[in-house]
Design a protein around this ligand. Structure first.
Ligand SMILES: NC(=O)c1ccc[n+]([C@@H]2O[C@H](COP(=O)([O-])OP(=O)(O)OC[C@H]3O[C@@H](n4cnc5c(N)ncnc54)[C@H](OP(=O)(O)O)[C@@H]3O)[C@@H](O)[C@H]2O)c1
Length: 274
């Protein structure tokens, strides 16, 4: 069965559709090993952030994997406290230093900090023009935040990374993003592991001889959502990548879509205090 493992962003960058997330992965051997195992298992996208405090170990894991840097897509993010025009450049340089890289593939504004995100975006555009971030985007931006940025932007964000899982499908926002050619990337795609015992997901998995986690990842992929499940266990890291040999039927996709309850695990981007 053929399935496109990568997606072309609006600027022509090629992003893998399935990557490893490293939020809450401890700096040191846990992060080094997770990244190395993932790259050796076939992953080519790693999603970190300055706020995860593990960029140095992510860089070390990349080097330890033996996979050439140019074959790997690295995302990091600008933390809230660093937002603003000058401070964005400073934070970006610090991230590159910690990662031990001279460019990232994608740089995201982590959260839409009121009164700051437009200045940050101006700096992000310059970083993009300089070639040190091959693509730029946002995270946790609602439709109105994107519309606000677009009033003055010279570069349209290429990605919006938002919370999506079968119990928070975000269909209206996904439709808006698709209309603007902004790729959708899901965070907490497995619902932070809390929905893996859902009977519908388990039952669908049994049909394909797959786990609920694999069913969920496949649902994201078939829904044109870039997906970055996190695990620190080598067997799960491998399991989460073993999703290219089966295809959910439209009926199964619809059943999973119907699990939506619009319940967030993280804060609403219109109401966060960090
Ligand atoms: N932009 C943002 O604001 C934002 C916010 C949150 C997350 N993110 C990104 O999205 C990534 C993923 O989200 P997430 O870390 O919140 O949660 P997630 O990927 O939805 O779930 C991770 C949890 O599921 C468990 N797990 C993973 N694979 C499993 C499997 N096959 N079987 C059983 N359990 C499994 C993991 O445990 P073990 O590790 O113990 O295996 C962990 O507890 C993050 O790492 C981060 O890169 C971004």
């Amino acid at each position: 069965m053929s399935f496109e493992k990568t997606k072309e962003l609006a600027n022509g960058s090629i992003i893998p559709r399935l990557g490893l997330g490293v939020w809450q992965v401890k700096d040191g051997s846990e992060a080094v090993d997770s990244v190395k195992w993932a790259l050796q298992a076939g992953y080519r996208l790693i999603d970190t952030a300055a706020a995860y405090k593990n960029e140095a170990s992510v860089g070390e894991g990349i080097r330890a994997s033996g996979i050439p840097r140019e074959e790997i897509f690295i995302t990091t993010k600008l933390w809230n406290a660093d937002q603003g025009y000058d401070s964005t450049f400073k934070a970006f340089n610090e991230s590159l230093d910690k990662l031990g890289l001279d460019y990232v593939d994608l740089y995201l504004i982590h959260w839409p900090v009121e009164g700051k995100y437009k200045e940050s975006w101006r700096a992000m555009e310059e970083i993009y023009q300089s070639g040190r971030a091959k693509a730029i985007g946002v995270s946790n931006f609602h439709e109105h935040h994107i519309e606000d940025i677009l009033k003055e932007a010279s570069v349209v964000p290429m990605v919006d990374q938002i919370e999506i899982h079968p119990t928070l499908t975000q269909e209206p926002l996904r439709k808006f993003l698709a209309e603007h050619k902004i790729a959708v990337e899901a965070w907490s795609p497995l619902g932070q592991g809390k929905i893996l015992e859902n009977p519908t997901l388990v039952e669908i998995g049994e049909k394909y001889n797959k786990t609920a986690a694999q069913v969920i990842i496949r649902w994201h992929l078939q829904s044109d959502i870039i997906v970055i499940p996190k695990s620190v266990h080598e067997d799960r890291i491998k399991q989460n990548f073993d999703v290219f040999d089966f295809e959910l039927t439209d009926e199964d996709i619809n059943r999973i879509d119907a699990l939506n309850t619009n319940e967030r695990l993280g804060p609403d981007p219109d109401n966060f205090d960090f």
